[in-house]
Design a binder for this molecule. Structure first.
Ligand code: COA
Length: 332
């Protein structure tokens, strides 16, 4: 609770994935790989992919409708909508399209980008608006269609990613359920994982050129990203737990960005959090970037695993490089 006496509660969740599924066997017809290799190295067995009819907007709206219903509010109650995404339908912003489709006419809406850390960064951003008393009810969405930007001939990356959306409703509350957080960035390592804009000079008038191009498919140094994750994620969770003044033993659920099962296992081991407290949907969804944490959260809630009051340690990490952790209790 802050000096203004405003706490934060996360009161609803929702999620959505495209209907089309690509399994490892189908992938092995596209690149030189195998179900056995992908499963043992990553834990991923299949991923959902959006086709040209699909959109970040549509997935985000479906996830949001679920979160709004669970929270027992209406779209008109929303003061703010934050869309965490690296793959907007429109570079000028996609959150406003979601606002319009939801009919959230009172809400201000904007996009933010922090790659696979987007949901945790968004959670902390939304919390600042609530803590200051500026807004009472916020919809936070993590949604990505990375399949648009994957090089489907690169077996080192195309096996990892899938598409999806997850959303939560955050509300001002008398009891504060956001117990602690820690965020980090290190741009010196940005080349480890990139989706860069590349351009060529195009002369538009004598002597004046502009940079015309497009974004190029994802490039990644898998080994470096792996090392970064298993070293930095436990550290940032420990710092957030310290802020929250709780111990790792008090954590009911570890909700890590779903990047690789080996990363999930290594982080849990470092924190001495037992496997049964680690939620994973990697086998079914792969790495859905900003969507992965709210997606696994929503599944845990709807399966009745995550109960009101349960302590959740969530951590996102990825391109930027960015990483962060938030400790919160589920529900009012
Ligand atoms: N199928 C079969 N073989 C593959 C392969 C695939 N899909 N991808 C790579 N290989 C090969 C490599 O070419 C290499 O062969 P070589 O020894 O003949 O050169 C061998 O497998 C080992 O490659 P390496 O890159 O060392 O594998 P790895 O054990 O590091 O696993 C990742 C690769 C990508 C699964 C792993 O590094 C990883 O998950 N990193 C983190 C990535 C991540 O999470 N990114 C998103 C963060 S948000």
């Amino acid at each position: 609770m802050n000096q203004l006496g405003v706490g934060i509660a996360i009161t609803g969740s929702g999620s959505a994935t495209p209907a089309v599924v690509l399994d490892n066997h189908q992938l092995s017809q596209m690149v030189e790989t195998s179900d056995e290799w992908i499963t043992t190295r990553t834990g991923i067995q299949q991923r959902h992919l959006a086709d040209s009819q699909g959109s970040v907007t549509a997935l985000a709206v479906e996830a949001s409708v679920g979160a709004i219903a669970m929270a027992g509010i209406t779209p008109k109650d929303l003061d703010l909508i934050i869309l965490a995404t690296s793959t907007p339908d429109d570079l000028f912003g996609t959150a406003t399209q979601i606002q319009a489709l939801l009919g959230a006419s009172r809400a201000v809406a904007f996009d933010m980008t922090a790659a696979c850390s987007g949901f945790v960064f968004g959670l902390v951003t939304a919390a600042q608006f609530i803590r200051t008393g500026a807004y009472k009810t916020v919809l936070l969405i993590g949604a990505d269609i990375l399949s648009r930007w994957v090089d489907w001939s690169d077996r080192g990356t195309c096996i990892l990613f899938g598409d999806g959306a997850g959303a939560v409703v955050m509300q001002a509350s008398e009891s504060d359920r956001l117990l602690g957080f820690e965020l980090r960035s290190d741009g010196t390592q940005s080349k480890c994982l990139q989706l860069p804009y590349k351009a060529q000079n195009k002369e538009i008038v004598n002597g004046i050129s502009t940079a015309q191009g497009t974004y190029h498919p994802i490039t990644m140094n898998g080994k470096e990203v792996y090392k970064f994750a298993v070293q930095k994620v436990p550290e940032v969770i420990e710092k957030a737990l310290f802020q929250a003044n709780i111990t790792a033993e008090q954590v009911d659920w570890l909700l890590l960005h779903q990047a690789n099962q080996r990363i999930l296992d290594a982080v849990a081991e470092r924190l001495t959090i037992p496997k049964h407290k680690v939620l994973s949907n990697l086998a079914r969804h792969g790495n859905t970037s900003a969507a992965s944490i709210p997606l696994v959260l929503d599944e845990g809630v709807r399966l009745g695993k995550i109960q009101p009051g349960d302590v959740i340690a969530a951590s996102g990490f990825g391109a930027g490089l960015t990483w962060g952790a938030a400790i919160f209790q589920w529900g009012m």
